[in-house]
Design a protein around this ligand. Structure first.
Ligand code: FAD
Length: 447
C-alpha cells in the first residue's frame, strides 16, 4: 500500500481499542451514509497486537465495585458474546472468591448485577462457600473465604487471536491498517489547538480526527500533545490535591504452570470458570512451608490451551521509577525490566496449591519463560475516555481494557456525534470536579 498523505480518521494503535473503534466506526459511517471504512486509517509503530492486548491474560469479567465500570463491562461482554469464534472467546464465566473484608463490597456488586440483568450467583458464609467450591472442584481448600460471586457470563479470550479477529472485521469493512509507522509528533492549525496532521516515522498524514489508543504508550502521546504532566484532583476528602502526576506505571505479574490444562476441569468434566481468589489467610510456601505473607493476597487463574497450561497472575506492583524515566520499550516479554522472576513463580504456585490440592508439588513445572508487562495508569487507576485538543479522542483504559472490547463501539458513536452516557463517568474533568469512582477493599488496583 502506498503511504497515505491524508485520511479523515487516523487511529493510533492496533490493539483492542484502536481496532474495535476502527471496526465500529466503519460500520456506523456506512450505516448513516456519512462515510465508509476507507475513510479510516489505523497505524501502529510495530504490529497488530504488539502492545498490552497481545500479552494480556485475556480475562473478561463484570466484577467491579464501581457501578460505572460494571455497566460498561456488561456492554463489552455483549460485544464478546456477539461472535465468540472470531474473538476466540471462551464464555466459561468468572468467580470472585473473597475474604470477610470484601464481603459487603462484593454483595453490593451482586445486587447491582441483578439490577442490570447480569447473571450471577452469590454465596455467603464460610461453610456454604466451601461447599459450593467443592461442588465444582473436589480438591478445593482455600482458607479465609466468606463470599463467592459466580458470574455466569464473561470468561476469557485468547489475546492475539482476538485482536486478529478484530483486525479482520475492520479490514472487511474497508479500514486500512499500516504497521511499522510510528507517531512522532502533531501539527496544529493556525491559532487553534486542533491537530491538522500527524507526523510519523514514514511521513506526515493530514487528518480531520485523531483517535489515540496507545495503551502503555499513552503518556508518550500525551506528552507529544503537550497535555498536562501533572494535574489537580479534588480528593474524596474534599480537598484539592495539586501536582499529582498524570501517569504512573504498574507492572502486571503473570505466568503459566506448564501442566495439562485438562487437569483443571470441574468435577463434571467441564471447562471451569476463571478463578480469582483474594484472601487474608496466611500464605505458606508449597516448597518448604515457610511463611510467604500474612498480608492480604490475591491470584487469578484459568486453564488455557493457548498458553499451554494453567495461566494467571497475582497483584501488580507500582513501578517506582519516575514516569519520565520508565522504559516502555522494548515491551512485554522483550523488556529487560518488567518480566516476572522466581519470587512471583514461588508465590503464585504456592497460592495455587493453597486453593486447590491438585497444584501442590507442581512448582517445578512452572514455565520459566518471560511473561508480564507494564501498563500506564491514570491518577485514580480508572479509564480516561475523552476528547482533547478539539479533535483528538484519547482512549486510555488504565490497564482495565482487554475485556473492554465494546468501548470502541461507544467511541465510534461519539465520533459520529452521539453522546455516550456509559463513557460519561470517565471524562478528564472528573479529577478537578472530584467526581471520582468509589474504591474497593481488593488488593488489586483495578477492582
Ligand atoms: C500482562 C498483562 C495482562 C493483562 N491482562 C488483562 C486481562 O486479563 N483482562 C483485561 O481486561 N485486561 C488485561 N490487561 C490490560 C489490557 O491488556 C490493556 O488494558 C489493553 O490491552 C490496552 O489496549 P490498547 O488497545 O489501549 O493498547 P495496546 O494493546 O497496548 O495497543 C497499543 C498499540 O499502540 C502502538 N503504539 C504505541 N505508541 C505508538 C506510536 N507512537 N505510534 C504508533 N503506534 C504506537 C503499540 O505498538 C501498540 O500496538 C493486561 C495487561 C497486561 C500488561
Amino acid at each position: 500500500m502506498a503511504f497515505p498523505n491524508s485520511t479523515k480518521y487516523l487511529i493510533v494503535g492496533a490493539g483492542i481499542h484502536g481496532l474495535s473503534t476502527a471496526w465500529h466506526l466503519a460500520r456506523q459511517l456506512q450505516a448513516t451514509g456519512n462515510g465508509r471504512g476507507e475513510d479510516i486509517l489505523v497505524i501502529d509503530k510495530t504490529a497488530i497486537a504488539a502492545g498490552a492486548s497481545g500479552i494480556a491474560c485475556g480475562v473478561i469479567r463484570n466484577n467491579y465495585f464501581q457501578p460505572a465500570m460494571r455497566e460498561l463491562m456488561a456492554h463489552s461482554v455483549s460485544v464478546w458474546d456477539s461472535d465468540p469464534e472470531a474473538f476466540s472467546y471462551h464464555p466459561v464465566g468468572y468467580m470472585q472468591i473473597s475474604p470477610e473484608s470484601m464481603h459487603a463490597g462484593v454483595a453490593t456488586i451482586f445486587d447491582q448485577q441483578r439490577a442490570i440483568g447480569y447473571e450471577s450467583i452469590f454465596i455467603e458464609g464460610k461453610d456454604d462457600c466451601h461447599n459450593y467450591m467443592q461442588g465444582l472442584f473436589s480438591d478445593w481448600q482455600a482458607q479465609g473465604i466468606t463470599s463467592v460471586l459466580h458470574e455466569k457470563r464473561g470468561g476469557y479470550a485468547n489475546n492475539t487471536k482476538a485482536i486478529y479477529g478484530l483486525a479482520g472485521k475492520a479490514e472487511a469493512e474497508g479500514v486500512r491498517i499500516m504497521t511499522g509507522v510510528a507517531v512522532t509528533g502533531f501539527r496544529r492549525g493556525n491559532g487553534s489547538d486542533a491537530v491538522t496532521a500527524v507526523e510519523t516515522s514514514k511521513g506526515t498524514i493530514v487528518c480531520e480526527q485523531v483517535v489515540v489508543a496507545a495503551g502503555p504508550w499513552a503518556k508518550q502521546i500525551w506528552d507529544m500533545l503537550e497535555l498536562p504532566r501533572s494535574i489537580s484532583i479534588k480528593g474524596r476528602d474534599g480537598h484539592m490535591h495539586h501536582d499529582v502526576p498524570m501517569w504512573v506505571y504498574w507492572c502486571l505479574e503473570e505466568g503459566t504452570l506448564g501442566i495439562d490444562p485438562e487437569i483443571q476441569k470441574t468435577n463434571d468434566g467441564e471447562m471451569p470458570p476463571v478463578i480469582h481468589v483474594d484472601t487474608d489467610a496466611p500464605l505458606f510456601s508449597d516448597v518448604d512451608g515457610s511463611l510467604i505473607t500474612e498480608d492480604m493476597w490475591g491470584i487469578y487463574y484459568k486453564p488455557d490451551f493457548n498458553f499451554g497450561g494453567i495461566q494467571g497472575g497475582a497483584a501488580p506492583y507500582e513501578v517506582k521509577t519516575p514516569p519520565d524515566e520508565v522504559a516502555v520499550d522494548p515491551y512485554g516479554v522483550d523488556s529487560p525490566d518488567f518480566i516476572v522472576g522466581d519470587e512471583f513463580a514461588h508465590m503464585w504456585c504456592s497460592a495455587l496449591a493453597h486453593c486447590q490440592k491438585r497444584f501442590s508439588g507442581q512448582i517445578p513445572r512452572y514455565k520459566n519463560e518471560p511473561s508480564g508487562g507494564i501498563g500506564a495508569f491514570t491518577p485514580d487507576s480508572f479509564p480516561l475516555f475523552d476528547r482533547f485538543c478539539e479533535n483528538v479522542y484519547i482512549i486510555a483504559d488504565s490497564n482495565h481494557g482487554f475485556k473492554m472490547i465494546g468501548v470502541g463501539a461507544l467511541v465510534a458513536e461519539e465520533l459520529c456525534g452521539k453522546h455516550s452516557s456509559l463513557l460519561e463517568p470517565f471524562r478528564f474533568a472528573r479529577y478537578a470536579k472530584g467526581e471520582l469512582h468509589p474504591v474497593s477493599n481488593s488488593p488489586f488496583p483495578w477492582s
